[in-house]
Design a protein around this ligand. Structure first.
Ligand SMILES: [Zn+2]
Length: 306
């Protein structure tokens, strides 16, 4: 594969501005402080798959809490991104404290933050590139969740004292309008957050549903909360799976790829999925999609819209 990041003119990861770049922690302090972490050997796995099989399987080793993104202009870093972090931080802290489902407005803020962080995490892996149009869609969204990006939340049975991340990028059939897709999975504390780029969220829904996980809430498309029947009316997670169960389902998203043991946390190894198809699967949401637009609080987006 060629042409990845060959253009070295410095530009902001999200907005593309050519100006002095700043650095920022991938996880802003209130997020780092919200989790009791038991080890400094936290790993970030990143895999990239092309049509003909695995292109690269890469691992960022070290403590992700200390990782910095370095390609942000100060307008993004200190402006709209900061506002999203301020809005989502208390929601995240509340979940890490074991308070269960937040109200929909809080859930949307956290979903939005997840997409931002998921995309930005790819910057830590120099050769794992996500499409510029995706970054711009995230920067310039006016609706909170960028259009067609989805976030799934799974409340877990066990508390994971870590930030465990997998990013996977893959290319689908070349005749698709948008062949590059990616998926960001964060296991942390009482939660698994799965961010899917356009064209991949339905598969996440399907695999979770097929795995019997019903304590799932997610944002699908830009303004809809997906709330399965089983979870409606519940004030906290029901039928919550373990982190390990969610890892097994995550593997199914990518042709049952195997996990590798590392010094830190286990990471998905897409080499073990060589030659198998990672395809899109549709999912019938039935009547579980609820329009929650009137429940949104977008006041935190004032600077993003300016
Ligand atoms: Zn910028």
């Amino acid at each position: 594969m060629k042409n990845r990041k060959e253009n070295k003119v410095p530009e902001c990861f999200f907005c593309g501005a050519n100006e002095k770049l700043t650095k920022a922690h991938l996880f802003q302090q209130s997020f780092r402080d919200a989790v009791n972490v038991d080890s400094d050997e936290v790993s970030l796995a990143a895999s990239s798959v092309e049509e003909l099989g695995v292109y690269r399987d890469l691992l960022y080793s070290g403590d992700i809490r200390q990782a910095n993104a370095t390609s942000l202009c100060s307008g993004c870093n200190n402006g709209w991104m900061n506002d999203i972090e301020q809005a989502a931080g208390p929601v995240f802290t509340s979940i890490m404290n074991g308070d269960g489902f937040p109200p929909p407005a809080g859930l949307f803020k956290l979903a939005h933050w997840s997409v931002v962080v998921g995309a930005l995490a790819s910057e830590l892996i120099p050769r794992l590139d996500i499409p510029v149009e995706h970054r711009r869609a995230i920067r310039f969204t006016r609706t909170g969740q960028p259009t067609e990006f989805s976030t799934h939340f799974v409340w877990t049975l066990d508390y994971l004292p870590s930030f465990e991340i997998d990013i996977v990028r893959f290319a689908g059939e070349s005749d698709l309008e948008e062949p590059i897709r990616w998926c960001f999975v964060l296991h942390v504390g009482w939660l698994v957050i799965i961010v899917a780029s356009p064209r991949f969220g339905a598969k996440v829904s399907r695999v979770l549903h097929g795995g019997g996980i019903h304590s799932v809430m997610g944002t699908i498309s830009s303004n809809i909360v997906y709330l399965p029947q089983e979870a409606r009316g519940a004030s906290s997670g029901v039928l919550t799976p373990s982190h390990e169960t969610v890892r097994e389902l995550h593997s199914k998203l990518f042709a049952s790829a195997k996990y590798l043991e590392t010094k830190g946390r286990p990471v998905l190894d897409l080499n073990s999925a060589i030659g198998r198809t990672i395809n899109d699967l549709a999912f019938d949401y039935g009547d579980t999609l609820i329009d929650m637009r009137d429940k949104l609080d977008l006041s935190y987006l004032t600077r993003a819209m300016s």
